[in-house]
Design a protein around this ligand. Structure first.
Ligand SMILES: *Cc1c(COP(=O)(O)O)cnc(C)c1O
Length: 461
């Protein structure tokens, strides 16, 4: 039996119509888009699971906050509301708003990293890796081995491999380790959580070696939910208490607030107590983002963010949100469709290699599945597999991804149980005709980050 769906802890006040299309229309649309889902018009998509970033639905309280937004250039009340709310949740002395997560990275990374240094992370998110590398430093991933095993249960597959981290510190010498970056939840490993014990240990080792710990905190609230429900000793703590303890194991945080803070744009930097570091952050923010009291956002964005931070740590909301992932996971399990197990906090990763074994990696099984989902029911997902990997920069050969996933990222507070059933039912009917599905070849591609703009065509065999 599938897991019971956790009913929404909200009711609907405003609706946004979505277009129903026919299968024939979708076959035409995806062909016009050269079989690249990023090239589809959003209005031709029925259920959009491309990303959970900036796609959440704001609450009536947030919309009311939009009207109250103070658009003063300096010292706006919305800025102070944001500081109050963020300081209260994270326990950090200094908070700097910026326009999104990568802006926070752009401001912070050069203050800690430069040519000859390294950053060690449980796994760098792609923009984080890019901003580490832009400083001339090297980004090294150090996730636990369980992360690569998609079928065996482990409660915290996002953890840092602490023993390997210690070896890396010895090998490169602590003075060359510019930062340790803890990504919570571990997005690249499929939204897998990091345990409190792991955060505590990493911080202890970092402090013994005098290394700064940055928390990459996009999904901090989902991570806290997993700690509460899976880790010994946290069952009776509130999400807020757990968040406070998590952030006590960091010195600085960078955050995309387009995820757990449930706003459509925004980001934050937090500094626990170092005034000198905050001063450096302020001057770089002024150069790149705007004055300190708005950081590239409008007053109304700051207001919505101040409210969203608190809504994002509400237990009933998180229980419903993670419940959606678990519901999809349990229905897929019933239908014998493989996915990365256990489900992560923001997405379900369907194992396309197992569903379409006849398609070799160089004909992109996860992209083929994503295209079929669109044709079947107007669902937009994306490939996290060999198609997303660019060619080898030296040999020009197609690289083979270890795992071929089609990612279903779930926007916050947007879709209902019936929508999720449409998604699972579409996968079930695709499974029934899976043997007929063919692979794709690329007819045009740029040199880097090709998956956004490449053109493809079906292989006729
Ligand atoms: C989304 C994300 C970022 C980048 O944030 P943007 O708001 O997209 O710039 C950084 N790190 C993690 C873990 C993320 O999920």
């Amino acid at each position: 039996m599938s897991k019971k769906y956790v009913a929404e802890p909200f009711k609907i006040k405003m609706v946004e119509p979505i277009k129903m299309t026919t299968r024939e229309e979708r076959i035409e649309k995806i062909k016009e888009a050269n079989y690249n889902l990023f090239a589809l018009k959003a209005e031709d998509v029925y259920i959009d699971l491309l990303t959970d970033s900036g796609t959440g639905a704001m609450s009536s309280t947030q919309w009311a906050g939009i009207m109250l937004g103070d658009e003063s250039y300096s010292g706006a009340s919305s800025y102070f509301n944001l500081l109050d709310s963020a300081k209260d949740i994270f326990g950090y002395k200094y908070i700097q708003p910026v326009h999104q997560g990568r802006a926070a990275e752009k401001v912070v990374m050069p203050l800690l990293l430069s040519e000859g240094k390294i950053a060690i992370s449980n796994m760098h998110f792609d923009t984080t890796r890019a901003h580490v590398e832009l400083t001339g430093a090297k980004a090294i991933d150090c996730v636990v081995e369980e992360a690569l095993d998609t079928t065996t249960y482990a409660p915290f597959k996002g953890n840092m491999d602490v023993e390997r981290m210690k070896e890396l510190i010895n090998e490169y010498k602590s003075e060359n380790v510019g930062a340790i970056i803890m990504t919570i939840t571990n997005n690249t490993a499929g939204g897998q959580p990091v345990s409190m014990e792991n955060m505590r240990e990493v911080y202890k080792v970092a402090k013994e070696s005098n290394i700064t710990v940055i928390i990459d905190a996009a999904r901090f609230a989902e991570n806290a939910y997993f700690i509460k429900t899976r880790e010994d000793g946290y069952k009776d703590k509130t999400i807020k208490e757990i968040v406070r303890e998590m952030f006590s194991y960091g010195d600085v945080f960078t955050m995309s607030s387009k995820k757990d803070a449930i706003v459509n744009i925004g980001g934050l930097i937090g500094i626990r107590d170092e005034e000198e570091f905050y001063n450096a952050v302020k001057s770089r923010t002024i150069s790149f983002e705007g004055f300190v009291s708005y950081g590239g956002l409008s007053g109304r964005d700051l207001e919505a963010l101040a409210i969203g931070l608190n809504e994002g740590i509400n237990f009933d909301y998180l229980n419903y949100r993670i419940g959606q992932m678990e519901y999809i996971g349990s229905r897929l399990e019933e239908e014998n469709i493989s996915f990365q197990y256990p489900v992560g906090g923001h997405a379900v990763f369907v194992d396309a290699k197992k569903l379409l074994p006849q398609i070799p990696y160089y004909e992109f099984p996860a992209q083929s599945l994503a295209i079929e989902l669109y044709i079947e029911a107007g669902i937009r997902s994306c490939d996290i597999g060999s198609y997303m990997l660019d060619n080898d920069p030296v040999t020009g050969e197609q690289r083979e991804a270890e795992l071929e996933f089609t990612r279903l990222a779930i926007p916050r507070r947007v879709y209902t149980q019936a929508h999720l059933d449409v998604v699972v039912d579409a996968l079930v009917s695709i499974k029934e005709r899976a043997h007929e599905i063919k692979g794709y070849e690329i007819t045009w591609q740029p040199k880097v980050l090709r998956h956004f703009t490449s053109k493809l065509k079906p292989i006729d065999k």
